[in-house]
Write a protein that binds this ligand. Structure first.
Ligand code: NAD
Ligand code: ZN
Length: 360
């Protein structure tokens, strides 16, 4: 038996300013028997933002659904969209996700649930998905999560927050058009961008590191530095570079793992609903002990961007609540092992983690 990961990648990639205009041609061969293409669009664009909705190549049978991303995707939400589509059409030609990481994850999950029986909660885990979903494409409008390249879709279910990790999960097509991420508000752009920066630090400082991950991680880190430290103003080049940083950062962790910031941030997200990007920033801000250089650089990036990183978010929590976060966090075993090595349980004791949570 081989222990090397045989890594399933996304199908097709188009990159470039204005490449969104090619979407109609890209989708044409995938339109089957008059069945609709379903465009799952981040509800940020619902009121006409960036003029994006008008540009979606909607044909007569197609459907546009605005994704409610107030909360990060839940299995119940995935199931309800898939059920609605099955009730209305039986099946569809494809699901096209246009938005931030939350919308991309929703699109992947809905595609899978068009063909796999039961609830998406049944597939939270590793390699539980049995069948390919319908055709799916992802079009990011924020850069940083790497959700556009990953083999997972992070979902909050009835008992856990865990992705549908499988070889069927990666997109068949992604469209990387940096014009679509223009004008994102400073804070949001920073939080999601720092997700990528943190992926790089955690991957490059981790014990799982290998040349595959390193090659992508170093490139992504270089791009993040250019964007968040070296350039004096945010411009088109920044959007181009950050979009490729996200892609490369995602490729880096796909073949290694994330680390302390993500492991601790998952606890926040589970208990307090803190979103992924901002949660990672809140934690990273206090991780000098684990990533001294990365955290120093992160703080310079915070200062330069003018973004705000909340503090004091664990104030007043009960012992029971701290225990919940600690349990969720310590459950992320591969992340801790990557960060601290095989003996991580001796290093990261419950008390030590409690002290860290209290600092946030
Ligand atoms: P997001 O998708 O949660 O969106 C954050 C906010 O930004 C939303 O209000 C959204 O409407 C808005 N938004 C989207 N595009 C915008 C634009 N162009 N301009 C202004 N606002 C815009 O944010 P995110 O940080 O991209 O994604 C986080 C999600 O990604 C989480 O659900 C997380 O679990 C998931 N994630 C997935 C993976 C993976 O590999 N599948 C990896 C990391 C994170
Ligand atoms: Zn992340």
């Amino acid at each position: 038996m081989s222990s090397f990961r045989n890594f399933k990648m996304i199908g097709y990639v188009v990159f470039g300013r204005g490449s969104f205009n090619q979407l109609n041609d890209i989708l044409k061969p995938h339109r089957k028997d008059n069945r609709p293409m379903v465009f799952l669009v981040d509800n940020y664009f619902e009121n006409g933002a960036n003029g994006l909705v008008k540009r979606i190549p909607v044909q007569e049978n197609d459907k546009v659904i605005f994704a409610d991303v107030t909360y990060e995707p839940k299995t119940t939400y995935v199931d309800s969209i898939a059920q609605q589509l099955k009730d209305e059409y039986g099946t569809v030609s494809g699901v096209i996700g246009i938005g931030g990481g939350s919308t991309l994850d929703l699109a992947k999950a809905v595609s899978l649930m068009m063909t796999n029986p039961g609830s998406s909660a049944d597939y939270q885990g590793w390699d539980l998905v049995q069948k390919a979903g319908v055709y799916k494409a992802g079009i990011p409008t924020l850069s940083g999560t790497g959700a556009e390249v990953s083999r997972t879709t992070v979902l909050t279910g009835p008992t856990r927050k865990l992705g549908m990790n499988s070889d069927f999960t990666p997109f068949d097509q992604i469209v990387l058009d940096p014009e679509l991420i223009a004008n994102a508000p400073v804070n949001q752009r920073f939080y999601t961008g720092m997700d990528c920066y943190i992926h790089c630090i955690e991957s490059l400082q981790g014990t799982y590191l290998n040349e595959f991950s390193k090659s992508y991680g170093e490139k992504a880190l270089e791009l993040c530095r250019k964007v968040f430290l070296e350039k004096d103003t945010w411009d088109e080049e920044s959007d181009d570079k950050l979009m490729m940083a996200s892609y490369a950062g995602g490729m880096s962790i796909a073949y290694s793992q994330v680390g302390v910031a993500h492991a601790v941030s998952y606890g926040l997200s589970y208990l307090l609903g803190t979103k992924h990007g901002i949660g990672n920033c809140i934690v990273m801000n206090q991780l000098e002990e684990y990533y001294p250089e990365g955290v120093a650089e992160f703080k310079r990036m915070v200062e330069k961007s003018g973004a705000e990183i909340p503090t004091g978010i664990c104030k007043g929590l009960t012992d029971e609540q701290f225990d919940t976060m600690i349990n969720v966090s310590l459950g992320m075993k591969p992340l801790w092992e990557n960060a601290l090595g095989k003996n991580w349980e001796q290093v990261m004791t419950r008390q030590k983690l409690r002290d860290l949570y209290e600092k946030l």
